[in-house]
Design a binder for this molecule. Structure first.
Ligand SMILES: Nc1nc2c(ncn2[C@@H]2O[C@H](COP(=O)(O)OP(=O)(O)OP(=O)(O)O)[C@@H](O)[C@H]2O)c(=O)[nH]1
Ligand SMILES: [Mg+2]
Length: 195
């Protein structure tokens, strides 16, 4: 059987919420800079360069809009926690993400990416609390799972779940590099996009 895949094409990079346009429903990828959001988009689409990945954190500064079938959208949010750059820039990113997430009724699921090796940062925990408080549905995606040695896997997994107060089964453990857990993520995305 062929691995699951979500057909995506890049539409635009939006610097304001009203530039996104109408859709039936949408899903969102959020997480700190460099956590692997763009790589994840390439992995679910099974295309190498649909989303620009970078070794330099903070490359994605706008909301990147991707078209899925039947007027569905996937939105790649700018990464938070980027240390360099002027403070006004950081505030602008926060404002953009928060105004976007709290204003679109068509958002069906937010995939909050957390580095499986590094574990949740304070900003990840803040974002989780904010989503919970706003009643925005979210799923934790633990990225770069390939970086965990087999001997440290269960310890790291347990710790991550403890810090975020969630069940192990509720987390999607993925590696874009080795295409681990991507099928399950794609099926979950298709479900929430009602595809
Ligand atoms: N080992 C490993 N590295 C990964 C994986 N996914 C992404 N990376 C690496 O992590 C770095 C950042 O990846 P991106 O996908 O650009 O991260 P991002 O979250 O989109 O970053 P911003 O756009 O800056 O917010 C790149 O060097 C990737 O090659 C993975 O599954 N495993
Ligand atoms: Mg990116």
């Amino acid at each position: 059987m062929n691995p699951a895949r979500l057909t995506l094409s890049f539409v635009k990079s939006a610097s304001a919420v009203d530039q996104i346009g109408f859709c039936e429903c949408e899903i969102v990828i959020v997480g700190r800079s460099n956590v692997g959001k763009s790589s994840l988009i390439n992995a679910v689409a099974q295309q190498k360069n649909i989303a620009q990945t970078s070794k330099t954190p903070g490359r994605t500064r706008n909301l990147n809009v991707y078209q899925a079938p039947r007027e569905r959208l996937l939105i790649d949010c700018p990464g938070y926690g980027f240390a360099r750059g002027p403070i006004e820039d950081k505030d602008r990113w926060n404002l953009l993400i928060e105004s976007y997430l709290s204003s679109r009724a068509t958002i069906k699921m937010v995939y909050l990416c957390v580095d499986a090796y590094v574990g949740p940062t304070d900003r990840d925990i803040d974002m989780q609390a904010w989503l919970f408080q706003k009643h925005i549905p979210y799923t934790i995606v633990a990225t770069k799972y390939d970086q965990l040695r087999p001997s440290e896997r269960s310890g790291k997994q347990k710790k991550l779940c403890e810090v975020l107060s969630i069940d192990l089964e509720a987390v999607l453990w993925v590696s874009s590099r080795e295409s681990l857990g991507i099928d399950r993520l794609v099926l979950d995305m298709q479900k929430h996009l009602e595809l």
